[in-house]
Design a binder for this molecule. Structure first.
Ligand SMILES: Nc1ncnc2c1ncn2[C@@H]1O[C@H](COP(=O)(O)OP(=O)(O)OP(=O)(O)O)[C@@H](O)[C@H]1O
Ligand SMILES: [Zn+2]
Length: 673
């Protein structure tokens, strides 16, 4: 028997790896990348073996024995470990906190029942290795050129697939996949989409196209058993295509040959808690590491990717036209709310346009990025408003449920019968959310089939998919929804899009707000007119209700002019010294009192020398209080990424040593400022 010392990474905030003793047959030495069960405090936890040695600094009497090594599972590859190590270092988190959550929960428990079951189940799947595509449509010349360029790219090749909405980017991905799978008999492909809701549509497409290929999906709403099975299928190389949301970027894919990120501009690729990573950025790093192509697809690329393409670090492939012949981009019109006063939130031109679609049996989409009935209720006699008791936010009226609800801390209360301050019984809803628009529409068009899709209407598992299927079947006349309906979906009968209240984002303090608003409007507008105009049917159009029709952002949407808008925004950013010309990190602190959070950040600001790094003053976050804690932030900036990284490393060590009771976190490349 041989005694070895296993160095193990565990999912804990402690920035360290832990040594354990393991006695085994020398023919069966544990390997780096294997999972092991170990005692940790009072618990038994599964960790990841990152080194196997013979010595340790831990005194003999303190050294504990590992309990088991999961030999039935092939080790995670050195490349996967390098990806986790990179993410840990770049985002300044302990390795274990990055690596272990990437492994399904079922494999991180004391028993191996679930693991053994999944292994057995997968052993029965026979892989035909037949990647012959079925029913591949003939691509247009631009699509074909793009697909060939992607499939033909050698080595590390970041590619921006810039194609207008409805230009058939999906077909380009599938065609490129077909070529890669045919060429690489074991090759695997990773396709990322920003929203779970987009997976069923694409999953169906991929399965129909490649019936002989095993497809695995990875997203947060899988049941644990399924997740284990799919993760394992990817890890064993059996799943040749893996389709997932951002978390899939950390999947183990031993034969990865191509990564596709659809709607690469989408903010959902950024994880906003725990390990605050950008799946898009990690994808580019992973492609670089493996020397493979990575495709970033969008009609409205992020300014970061656009900037890389302009500087020729990314290759730009363009699809200028809609894929379906005679389908054209919709005409975008601005309706000035100063002249056309809305009734139930809808102006007359929009009401007329809706009527026309109803008469012709076509679909319309109304987009309003605000759920609930109204964002606040108020008392007109004393000025009381429905503030949340725990947050700097209003409680939103949910009329159907007779409730006020805070969208930040989920506090709920019954709608007061009279004003809590002055007793006035006439409390008024102020402003309009999707439920209120839905109610108005029902009164206006009693015979129409109206469907609302937002986080409230799709709470039940599977209900979002059902709702989208109803729209695809054509059983809906007017669809009203939040950003959930804005992206990616290919609604074939839709000829009208109405955009109800986009102005608020024009005046945000966040410099990214206009980039986001522009992308969102272009995306939602892009849901209209994706098939050819039928005889006697309507030309597709988009009506935007605004108080600022002269704003250049709307002008760019009217002209479908991403190029000019992006170029102007980039020039502004360069002049103002903002990303992507500058690198940032945000330190956030939260405490029961704002003063404590600010005090911590002030101490943090001064605790290490920071030449070449700008550290701004600590400020309260714009929504200061959430769930009874006050939050403040400190922005750190540098024109050099390596300089910022070097500083962060020293700074984080120092901050951990401070052992402050204030809860704090760091976000590298923050997206919400
Ligand atoms: N070569 C082709 N011939 C005919 N139809 C096509 C072709 N390529 C794509 N299509 C069809 O065009 C429509 C739009 O394609 P797709 O949804 O891939 O667009 P997209 O570029 O991803 O758009 P978006 O950015 O808006 O999501 C789909 O209905 C698709 O089936
Ligand atoms: Zn609240």
């Amino acid at each position: 028997m041989t005694l070895c010392i296993l160095q193990i990474a565990l999912d804990t905030p402690l920035n360290a790896v832990f040594d354990y003793r393991w006695v085994c047959d020398p023919a069966n030495l544990p390997q780096v990348g294997q999972l092991a069960l170990v005692p940790f405090g009072p618990r038994e936890v599964v960790g990841l073996i990152v080194a196997v040695g013979t010595t340790t600094d831990v005194p003999e009497e303190k050294l504990k024995d590992a309990l088991a090594v999961r030999t039935q599972l092939a080790p995670l590859s050195a490349q996967w470990l390098a990806l986790a190590a990179f993410a840990a270092e770049y985002y300044q988190r302990p390795l274990g906190e990055v690596a272990l959550p990437g492994v399904p929960k079922n494999l991180r428990v004391a028993t191996t029942v679930a693991l053994d079951r999944a292994i057995k189940k997968l052993a029965k799947v026979t892989d035909t290795h037949d990647a012959t595509p079925v029913g591949m449509p003939t691509l247009n010349a631009d699509q074909q050129a793009a697909a060939d360029a992607i499939a033909g790219a050698a080595g590390f090749a970041p590619i921006l697939l810039y194609g207008v909405t409805g230009s058939g980017k999906t077909e380009v991905y599938l065609q490129a996949c077909a070529q890669v799978l045919a060429r690489e008999p074991d090759g695997q492909i990773l396709i990322l989409v920003p929203e779970i809701n987009l997976t069923p549509q694409l999953e169906a497409n991929i399965s129909a196209r490649f019936p002989g290929v095993m497809l695995a999906t990875l997203h947060s709403s899988l049941a644990e058993g399924e997740r284990t099975l799919h993760w394992l299928a990817a890890h064993q190389g059996k799943a040749r295509i893996v389709l997932g949301t951002r978390l899939a970027i950390l999947a183990s894919l031993p034969h990865l040959k191509l990564i596709v990120i659809d709607e690469e501009h989408d903010p959902s690729y950024k994880q906003q808690e725990g390990l605050r990573y950008s799946a898009r950025d990690l994808a580019v790093w992973r492609a670089w590491q493996l020397k493979i192509p990575v495709v970033l697809g969008s009609a409205t690329p992020s300014l970061e990717s656009w900037h890389h393409a302009q500087a020729r670090r990314y290759r730009k492939l363009e699809l200028k036209q809609r894929a379906v012949s005679q389908a054209t981009l919709p005409a975008v019109k601005l309706i000035n709310l100063e002249h056309d006063k809305p009734r139930d939130g809808l102006t007359q031109p929009l009401i007329d346009a809706l009527k026309l679609r109803l008469d012709r049996g076509e679909q319309s989409l109304l987009f309003l990025n605000r759920r609930g009935y109204s964002p606040v209720i108020c008392c007109e006699s004393c000025g009381w408003v429905s503030d949340c008791l725990r947050c700097t936010a209003f409680m939103v009226l949910h009329k159907g449920e007779h409730k006020l609800r805070c969208h930040h801390c989920s506090l709920e209360m019954r709608i007061p019968r009279h004003c809590p301050t002055c007793g006035n019984i006439d409390l008024q809803p102020l402003g309009r959310g999707t439920q209120r628009v839905e109610e108005g529409l029902q009164q206006m068009f009693p015979a129409a089939r109206i469907l609302r899709i937002d986080a409230d209407s799709t709470r039940r598992k599977g209900s979002a998919q059902e709702a989208f299927e109803t729209v695809h079947r054509g059983d809906v006349d007017i669809l009203i929804g939040t950003q959930m309906v804005a992206k990616g979906h290919d609604f074939k009968k839709l000829t009208l899009v109405g955009i109800l209240n986009p102005d608020t984002a024009l005046f945000s303090h966040d410099y990214r707000a206009s980039e986001r608003l522009f992308a969102q409007l272009m995306q939602v507008a892009g849901r209209a007119g994706r098939t050819a105009q039928t005889e006697g049917g309507s030309a597709s159009e988009v009506l935007i209700q605004t108080r600022y029709p002269e704003h250049p952002l709307y002008g760019a949407v009217v002209n479908h002019d991403y190029d000019r808008f992006a170029t102007a925004l980039l020039a502004e950013r360069e002049q103002a010294g903002l990303p992507p010309f500058l690198y940032q990190a945000m330190l956030r602190a939260e405490a029961p009192e704002l003063a404590k959070a600010l005090e911590f950040l002030t101490a943090a600001r001064d605790c290490v020398p920071h030449e070449g790094i700008t550290i701004n003053d600590p400020i309260p976050m714009s929504m200061t209080r959430v769930y009874n804690v006050d939050r403040a932030q400190l922005l750190v900036e540098s024109p050099s990424r390596p300089a910022l990284q070097a500083f962060l490393k020293v700074w984080m060590t120092r901050l951990r040593e401070m052992k402050s009771r204030v809860k704090w976190s760091l976000e590298v490349d923050p997206v919400d400022i």
